[in-house]
Design a protein around this ligand. Structure first.
Ligand code: SF4
Ligand code: SF4
Length: 393
């Protein structure tokens, strides 16, 4: 059956849920949620990043948290309660709730399971997302998740995508001195899988000449422990992580060869790693893992494994991007149904003028509406809600 998409319905659901929560929460919670920065920050390519933890205690040599002014010596739970975080998201003009809304990603500026405080906060957020939202939700971790947590996570009614980071089996003492061992993380993958979740190996950062001789072993071990896929991600060099890696005795000759320029203080310089990423994609397929070049795709894939709903990836990479690896969701061949009259109504509601709208399988071509009337929020909502690129003519 063709999937029918309605932005009008998603916006209606957002407003209904927002009012319901606002009415139920104490006044100070509403103020805290609606003034929090999760209520206004624009989404990232991986979706809505949610911080259940700020900071991390694992002190990886390659980490760039310190360059962002965030501690990698300690982690603290975020200040909002679970219901408050939901209200913050529902108050964000870009956000849409539900399985067809944009993905949520936890763990971008801190380790969500660093200690008991951050673990409790992460579980509280996931429970609240499960109760109210249902968006595909991903977390990334280096923690040695035990059976109790795996069981708890598996009990959530949420399309959940666990990413477990393992980037080296041989050099963890130099690269990740404070993190649980790679073996403990592989065990976490096994536990998550045993409880019915679909863990994915997070192979980031790929550091050329440092961990790239281990790719085959990493993929094979992840597969053996039950990973269903792998997300491969690059390396961002900073002045301070290069210095720490050199001090730890890591050979950086290949990193330097690929470095486009020396990073200025506080600057993050990504390395060009297209060839190595393609090598991971090839090896992963040989080892029976589904490869991804973007975490958002892995989130969409895991949601599909969870409920068998084939929904095009909200990142729209299958239309004009370079990250689609043709996973089993098969976005390039999916067809969805959209009511052109509804799209016209939405354009009129956003821009105050209707113009004309042409809807095809991949594009929404809007004519006769002034460019400045359709702001980035409107464009984002139209693109995610209808899974089509907006073209203004
Ligand atoms: S686990 Fe991640 S956030 Fe924590 S120190 Fe290591 S790289 Fe940084
Ligand atoms: S088919 Fe492509 S765009 Fe869709 S989820 Fe898979 S990798 Fe991503």
């Amino acid at each position: 059956m063709t999937l029918r998409l309605s932005l009008e319905k998603l916006l209606y659901d957002r407003e209904r849920l927002r009012r319901e929560l606002e009415a139920r929460l104490p006044r100070e919670s509403v103020v805290r949620a609606t003034s929090d920065y999760h209520s206004r920050k624009p989404p990232r390519p991986c979706g809505f990043t949610v911080h259940s933890a700020v900071g991390c205690s694992f002190a990886c040599t390659y980490c760039y948290l310190p360059d962002m002014g965030v501690s990698y010596a300690s982690a603290r739970p975020y200040g909002l309660k679970g219901d408050e975080m939901v209200l913050a998201l529902l108050s964000n003009p870009y956000f849409l709730p539900g399985r067809l809304g944009p993905p949520i990603a936890i763990g971008s500026i801190g380790e969500p399971f660093a200690d008991s405080g951050t673990t409790q906060k992460t579980l509280e957020y996931l429970a609240a997302f499960s109760r109210y939202l249902g968006n595909p939700t991903q977390f990334s971790t280096k923690a040695a998740l035990g059976g109790d947590i795996a069981r708890h996570l598996a009990g959530l009614k949420l399309p959940l995508s666990p990413l477990v980071t393992v980037v080296t089996l041989k050099r963890s003492t130099a690269l990740e001195p404070g993190a649980p061992s790679p073996e403990a993380r592989l065990e976490a993958i096994r536990r998550l899988r045993e409880h019915g979740l679909n863990p994915i190996l997070f192979l980031r950062p790929l550091i050329p000449g440092v961990n790239t001789d281990e790719l085959d072993d990493l993929l094979s071990e992840a597969r053996r422990h039950g990973a269903v896929g792998v997300v491969v991600g690059g390396f961002r060099a900073t002045a301070s992580n290069l210095l720490r890696l050199a001090r730890a005795g890591v050979d950086l000759s290949e990193v330097k060869r690929r470095l486009p320029r020396q990073p200025a203080p506080g600057e993050q310089v990504p390395l060009e790693l297209h060839d190595l990423k393609q090598e991971v994609v090839r090896l992963a397929r040989e080892r029976g893992l589904t490869p991804f070049l973007s975490a958002c795709c892995a989130n969409n894939f895991t949601a599909f494994l969870h409920d068998a709903l084939r929904a095009p990836c909200p990142g729209l990479d299958f239309i004009d991007g370079k990250f689609c690896t043709r996973c089993p969701v098969d976005c390039p061949n999916l067809r969805t149904e959209v009511d052109p009259e509804e799209v016209s109504r939405m354009v009129r509601r956003f821009a105050g003028e209707s113009g004309s709208v042409e809807v095809d399988d991949r594009w929404l071509v809007i004519r006769g509406v002034k460019r400045r009337k359709l702001n980035p929020v409107h464009k984002y909502l139209l693109e995610v809600g209808y899974r089509r690129r907006v073209v203004l003519k």
